[in-house]
Design a protein around this ligand. Sequence first.
Ligand code: 13P
Length: 248
Amino acid sequence: MARKLAAGNWKMNGTGEALGEIDALVAAHPAPICDVLICPPSTLLSRMSDRTNATKIATGGQDCHANSNGAHTGDISAQMIADAGGSFVIVGHSERRADHGETDADVATKAKAVWDANLIAVICVGETLAEREAGQTIDVVAGQLAGSIPDGATGANTVIAYEPVWAIGTGKVPTLDEIAAVHADIRARLSQRFGSHGTDMSILYGGSVKPSNADDIFAVPDVDGALVGGASLKADDFGGIISALERA
Ligand code: 13P
């Protein structure tokens, strides 16, 4: 069985004062019955991990370098994320693919680096608006899955996040039927390639998830949680999404 996960991606948002949101989240949700993850900017990771250490909230990084150390100015490694208290790393987010030209092969190499540090990789896939309008969604996502997930993926070391690029930060969300079609296809491909490990992998939906639409999205088969951007920055909003996942 795939575990339920509410994951927040703070992207390039938040300085020290934003850590108060974590305290508020813990106070409101001291014992969530789903997994909860927040991936802050790397400048906050260590401080956030110290705050969440004794709670049920996990922390993680938003990207990592493929190598564990070396002459790579400005990058951080999965080992460094582990050292800062993280237990997950997002790889292949569409903003990394678009802004930094990351390919499926790059993403697969990074996912292996995440596993080498004994962390869990959150591997992101999703089509652009042009690809959706051209009827290519399933093919694009299938290609990204095939190229971005290394052999050896299991439910314990990998989470998949389906994030349609056009739904990120736009307030636009696919219909529930559209989400269902993509998630069912992802599940079928994971099961075909990884057997029971593919059944165990959580598949998150991401893109304009809010407390007001979370119940409907979490009722879709094979949606095991969400990867949340904007609404993860405020304890009230992210708490509402956690509550919806607990109800699902
Ligand atoms: P929004 O929730 O802000 O649309 O962002 C989704 C996302 O990109 C999470 O990784």
